[in-house]
Design a protein around this ligand. Sequence first.
Ligand code: HEC
Ligand code: HEC
Length: 84
Amino acid sequence: MKKKNAWLYNIAFVVIVGGIVIFLWNAPPETTARVPKDEIHQRFFPMKKKEAEKHCEKCHNPEGDVPLPEGHPPKYRCLFCHKR
Ligand code: HEC
Ligand code: HEC
């Protein structure tokens, strides 16, 4: 009786792990735009994230040069989503 249960647990474990692997395998690729590596953004690369983020909204604001697109997610901590 005990041995049978152990087998069931093993099989359940394999099935669950397999499911997780397949799920991660099929996850969509990261699509968020990266921070471009150009003259404008170059100077933010060596900075600490929190330091750099203070500057983003000087240009990326509704009246600025490059407003955030409509429906943009919550905008604090830009660099968590937009990788450098
Ligand atoms: C001096 C003004 C300025 C500052 C400051 C600035 N940006 Fe930009 N950003 C631009 C301009 C202009 C563009 C569009 C041209 C280009 O690709 O460089 C742009 C483009 C981008 C893009 C790509 C948009 C696309 O269409 O792919 C991302 C992402 C971005 N900026 C994020 C950031 C982040 C994060 C910060 C803060 C670390 C930041 N920017 C600071 C001016 C600025
Ligand atoms: C919660 C995650 C998240 C945060 C935080 C965030 N963004 Fe975004 N951003 C996105 C997504 C998702 C998109 C739309 C998909 C895309 O175009 O890459 C986007 C789009 C943009 C675009 C336009 C990109 C394009 O290709 O047209 C710019 C510019 C941008 N974000 C700048 C910023 C700035 C500046 C900040 C900080 C003030 C910021 N983002 C914070 C997730 C985020």
